[in-house]
Design a protein around this ligand. Structure first.
Ligand SMILES: [Zn+2]
Length: 452
């Protein structure tokens, strides 16, 4: 509630730019009940206030009003692990054994077809898809990240964009000896560029980066006060190899190198034992659950219910489109909940509300953005989505969490706002030219198909 005793001059400073009224508000604040007929006041990039039905409105009239009758309003979804430009390889190589998929298809295709232009257009397509399906923030790790950053800046999404670091020749970094220098240059170039974009580093994995590289990336991230991303224990084979080479399990190995003493975002975390879960919980490492990619590549099932019991903070991500094959977090949440139910033969092992927390408030915490986003709350950034509830598959509405996770999908998203600005309004893109982007990616895909 605003202070109604403020003097008139001060109150004019509180003139809202937008009033959203009439929807069912799911703030995703811990313990908050869904609020019907909510009024949400937005000023510039922030949520000025939220008024309950019947509550007096002490603010001057908003410049604009948006009717949200028969809708549900919730925080924008957070895709905490993604490689957006991999939309280029959607459906390029499916239903193959993991090693063949990765070493004979994906790595060669990335080496051959990635450049500034293809990463730019592939990322724009990823941004289109994420906007259309209600994602407002994503964490990305890839190569040619100058191109990714340009695309994301044009799209208007919030993001953590990290330069890939790997001890092999990589797209845009042919000499691995330059991998950390390339990363450092990327951070120096883009830090402070935009409120919406945080640059960072992404170490590919404890196996594909040496101890020296991991510690170098840690030192750079520490100097810039930026989180560090990594793939952790995605497959059993990878864990066996780390134990063979380093004499210890991957989480302990990273801990001994000092990586867990820094804000670390660890994606996958499929093959963890109890001691690793306890260690990661003690170090408050951010975990990103990537269920559809883990299912599609037959990597295994991450022990998320155990992680949550031990107090780990877990977000959710899609991974790249080569292993998913879409970026729709509604579908991802549905898969996550059902995967743990069937795996544990226990229908209460993963609840709809829990996976929604993973895609909103907890995802924000994993990315270190919890003070800005993840819940709809007075003073937070205005990152929200509005879902159209007038569809046969969304009626009746007994429990909004269940409806969102088990019945809704990304195509039910009507409006998307990031930082107080609409990126999607009544299903129309506001920042990107969808036709041009799809045309460009289709043209790139014809080259890939002809040469493959
Ligand atoms: Zn990944």
């Amino acid at each position: 509630m605003a202070d109604v005793n403020l003097n008139p001059a001060k109150m004019t400073d509180l003139k809202p730019d937008l009033l959203i009224q009439g929807g069912l508000l799911l703030s995703m604040q811990a313990g908050a009940e869904p609020l019907p007929d909510a009024r949400i006041l937005i000023q510039k990039d922030r949520i000025l206030d939220i008024l309950a039905p019947g509550q007096e409105n002490p603010y001057p009239a908003a410049a604009e009003t948006l009717d949200a009758l028969n809708t549900l309003i919730m925080p924008g979804l957070i895709n905490a692990h993604c490689h957006a430009a991999m939309t280029l390889f959607r459906g390029f190589a499916d239903d193959l054994p993991l090693q063949e998929w990765l070493f004979h298809k994906i790595f060669p295709a990335e080496a051959r077809y990635l450049n500034f232009d293809t990463v730019y257009w592939g990322t724009l397509l990823g941004c289109l898809e994420m906007i259309a399906s209600g994602t407002t923030t994503f964490a990305d790790g890839y190569f040619f990240q100058d191109a990714t950053l340009r695309a994301v800046h044009e799209a208007g999404l919030r993001s953590l964009i990290s330069q890939g670091v790997i001890d092999f020749p990589a797209p845009g970094v042919p000499d691995p000896a330059q991998n950390l220098k390339t990363g450092q240059d990327f951070l120096e170039k883009w830090i402070g560029f935009s409120d919406l974009i945080t640059p960072g580093l992404f170490c590919h994995s404890p196996l594909t980066c040496s101890a020296k590289t991991l510690q170098g990336a840690l030192e750079i991230s520490r100097n810039f006060c930026l989180p560090l991303q990594i793939h952790l224990s995605e497959t059993a084979a990878e864990v066996r190899e780390v134990i063979k080479l380093k004499g210890k399990r991957p989480a302990l190995y990273l801990s001994d190198l000092g990586l867990l003493d820094h804000p670390l975002i660890a994606a996958h975390a499929v093959h963890l034992d109890a001691s690793e879960i306890a260690l990661l919980a003690a170090k408050q490492t951010g975990i990103v659950h990537v269920p559809e990619s883990n299912m599609k590549l037959s990597s295994g099932v991450a022990p998320v219910p155990d992680m949550l019991k031990q107090g780990l903070c877990v977000g959710i991500g899609t991974d790249g489109c080569a292993s998913n094959n879409d970026l729709d977090l509604f579908r991802e949440m549905d898969s996550a909940a059902k995967l743990h139910k069937v795996f544990n033969l226990d229908p209460v092992s993963m609840r709809a509300e829990t996976v929604l927390q993973m895609a909103t408030a907890w995802g924000a915490r994993v990315l270190g953005l919890e003070r800005q986003i993840g819940t709809i709350q007075k003073g937070k950034k205005a990152d929200l989505i509005i879902m159209d509830l007038q569809s046969p598959h969304l009626v009746p509405l007994f429990n909004p969490y269940s409806t969102l996770v088990y019945a809704a999908d990304g195509s039910d998203v009507r409006d998307v706002m990031v930082n107080g600005k609409f990126l999607l309004k009544n299903k129309a893109f506001q920042t990107l030219d969808a036709g041009e982007i799809m045309h460009q990616v289709a043209a790139i895909s014809r080259t890939i198909k002809a040469e493959a």
